[in-house]
Design a protein around this ligand. Structure first.
Ligand SMILES: NC(=O)c1ccc[n+]([C@@H]2O[C@H](COP(=O)([O-])OP(=O)(O)OC[C@H]3O[C@@H](n4cnc5c(N)ncnc54)[C@H](OP(=O)(O)O)[C@@H]3O)[C@@H](O)[C@H]2O)c1
Length: 96
């Protein structure tokens, strides 16, 4: 698959390896969806990536991946906003 112009969803984007994946992908992707529980950290990263990458659409979504209803809500939100994810970085390793 091509990374250039992709729509990527990164779980665990608020810290560590996931945040670094987001920074690396930001110069190449068209859309990034950042997922984790800590809203402030997600929003700070979203703003940083938006400021550095004018072409990029970045969304921060607060989701506890241990809660199926929150995952369902994320999927609904993606569908409503017509965001078709073609690159998943399933990095978060939640202890549910
Ligand atoms: N670092 C290493 O050397 C290493 C080595 C081997 C494997 N790994 C694996 O690589 C992955 C990332 O490691 P890391 O060191 O970057 O970990 P980290 O710094 O602890 O980051 C974990 C990320 O996952 C998110 N997360 C945890 N539980 C979550 C939940 N229930 N729902 C949503 N998001 C959740 C955290 O965000 P919130 O707290 O904001 O939700 C955070 O963004 C993990 O799966 C880890 O097991 C890491």
């Amino acid at each position: 698959m091509k990374i250039e112009g992709c729509s990527a969803l990164i779980t665990g984007a608020s810290a560590g390896i996931g945040r670094e994946f987001a920074r690396q992908l930001a110069t190449r992707a068209r859309t990034l969806v950042l997922v984790a529980r800590r809203e402030q950290r997600l929003n700070e990263l979203r703003d940083e990536l938006r400021n550095r990458n004018a072409h990029l659409s970045v969304h921060a979504r607060v989701v506890d991946l241990c809660d199926k209803s929150q995952i369902d809500e994320l999927v609904r939100w993606l569908e409503e906003n017509k965001i078709n994810i073609d690159f998943l970085i399933n990095n978060a390793g939640p202890h549910c």
